[in-house]
Design a protein around this ligand. Structure first.
Ligand code: GAR
Length: 214
């Protein structure tokens, strides 16, 4: 059975599109069970048929906690094997994280634990980093703090601005995401005692991105 993916996205949705393309091409054994957004006008939603779209705002639900509950119920209703955050720009509440513990993945545009949070590309430049990249990690209650599964690295070039660096990172995010989703979909990936495991063995360092292609 293809793995059922619940996708959480707030924005453009290029990572979602990479997933859709890989499913279409037959290189990822998964199906999209639903796309969930806190931004009703998120372009990501337009990438899937209407029946798969869900969008609410915290305001429309009567507050943050209520939103988290409504979101969690909607996600649970599509019975996902994995909850995948791709550019989901809201912190998931503790109740949500606990409900889907060990099943939530997030792609973050930095080499964690460096640059948790926002504006990662500018912060990498400001810090004078020679290398930057993206991380795929399990989500826990700490912001961008869960076990890192895999990372993709890119060089920082002299003269880069945040946009140039973001574009270089995005190009490696898509294959990184797909590589990890293939491991997840085939049942090889899990979280145990705060560690990511592959084939039952703890990963003490993040996997490097293997394939340069999405
Ligand atoms: C990606 O760069 C992703 O790493 C980042 O948002 C972008 C979404 O792009 N995520 C975060 O910053 C999460 N804190 P997309 O909408 O084109 O997939």
């Amino acid at each position: 059975m293809p793995a059922r993916l619940a996708i959480l996205a707030s924005g453009r949705g290029s990572n979602l599109q990479a997933i859709l393309d890989a499913i279409q091409a037959g290189t990822l054994d998964a199906r999209i069970a639903g796309v969930f957004s806190d931004k009703p006008d998120a372009p990501a939603l337009q990438r899937v048929p209407e029946a798969l779209r869900w969008a609410r705002t915290p305001k429309s639900c009567g507050g943050r906690d209520a939103f988290d509950t409504v979101l969690a119920d909607a996600v649970a209703a599509c019975a996902p094997d994995w909850v995948v955050c791709v550019g989901y720009m809201r912190i998931l509440g503790d109740a949500f994280v606990q409900r889907f513990a060990g099943k939530i993945l997030n792609i973050h545009p930095s080499l964690l634990p460096r640059h948790k949070g926002l504006h990662t590309h500018q912060r990498a430049l400001d810090a004078g980093d020679g290398e930057h990249g993206a991380s795929l990690h399990f989500v826990n209650a700490e912001l961008d703090g869960g076990a890192v599964i895999a990372q993709a690295r890119v060089p920082v070039h002299a003269g880069d601005d945040a946009d140039a660096l973001a574009a270089r990172v995005l190009a490696v995010e898509h294959p990184l995401l797909l590589e990890v989703l293939r491991l997840a979909a085939s049942g090889r990936l899990a979280e145990r005692d705060g560690h990511a495991t592959l084939d039952g063995q703890p990963l003490f360092t993040p996997l490097p991105l293997q394939s340069p292609k999405a």
